[in-house]
Design a binder for this molecule. Structure first.
Ligand code: DGL
Length: 272
């Protein structure tokens, strides 16, 4: 049977929070997930390294038959997507597509904010790339974007400490810094795959009336729209409802923590 899944790439587990929402919106498609856990986190890595690792992953997913790859990782979307789309695709696979998670979210929040001031919480790498600022201001030049890097949040989540009291200190610290930098913010974007797990605590330290935006559902809706608008890509993706999971780490390590992000057990294989 033909198998041409939609590829979902993340630096590790986090993209599972995005896949979960995509699957809910588009359950019929086949999905091939690859998490580069052996080399995660990407959030603190250089532009060159994130770009090289992401391109390698995209090529691997193309070689497994994916007509379309979603970079579910914000850091990879921020640091590698544009170069892959503008430079590499024409050379390696002109008929295939790679999409990221930043553009759909900025399109949505730019329409939502009333104060025209939005806040971005993300990894240091995503913040340094300025991608959220650039993408937002492309369509909404009147919106002020303030960013805050939260380097401790990914390890808190990965170590299953996101619900504990220890997490409160780091969440409060970064929320205070974000709102201190711009008290007019009325919409806050969780610009990292891991932050939805901290959403309860994040909301606790934001004043009522500030909207918190998780990207999974927005990315899922945007993918559904994309497939409607691009029948030539949609037709190439197979629809047997199949799910495959690969990690650059051992299957055991991936399976142990994946449930935190995906909500149910996963059978994973190690990428050779
Ligand atoms: N997946 C990354 C992101 O969304 C977070 C984890 C990492 O730093 O690798 O930015």
């Amino acid at each position: 049977m033909e198998y041409r899944p939609i590829g979902i790439f993340d630096s590790g587990f986090g993209g599972l929070t995005v896949l979960k929402e995509i699957e809910q919106a588009l359950p019929q498609y086949d999905y091939l997930y690859f998490g580069d856990n052996a080399r995660a986190p990407y959030g603190s890595r250089s532009f060159e390294t994130v770009y090289a690792y992401t391109l390698e992953a995209v090529q691997w997913l193309f070689n497994r038959g994916c007509p379309l790859v979603i970079l579910a990782c914000n850091t990879a979307s921020a640091k590698a997507l544009r170069t892959i789309q503008q430079k590499d695709l024409a050379r390696i696979a002109p008929e295939r597509r790679v999409l990221g998670v930043i553009r759909p979210v900025t399109e949505m929040v730019g329409k939502m904010t009333r104060s025209r001031h939005i806040g971005i919480l993300a990894t240091a790498g995503t913040v340094a790339s300025q991608s959220y600022v650039i993408e937002t201001n492309k369509y909404f030049p009147d919106v002020t974007v303030v960013q805050e890097a939260c380097p401790m949040w990914v390890p808190l989540v990965e170590n299953n400490e996101f619900a504990g009291n220890g997490a409160d200190y780091f969440v409060r610290h970064h929320i205070n810094r974000l709102l201190g930098a711009d008290p007019l913010v009325d919409t806050v974007v969780l610009g990292c795959t891991h932050y939805p797990l901290l959403e309860k605590k994040i909301s606790r330290y934001l004043s009522a009336g500030i909207a918190v935006i998780s990207q999974g559902a927005i990315v899922a809706q945007s993918l559904a729209d994309y497939l409607l608008r691009h029948a030539e890509i949609a037709e190439r993706c197979t629809t047997q409802g199949r799910r495959d999971f690969y990690s650059s780490e051992t299957a055991e390590v991936f399976e142990r923590s994946a449930i935190l992000f995906y909500g149910r057990p996963i059978h994973c294989r190690q990428k050779s």
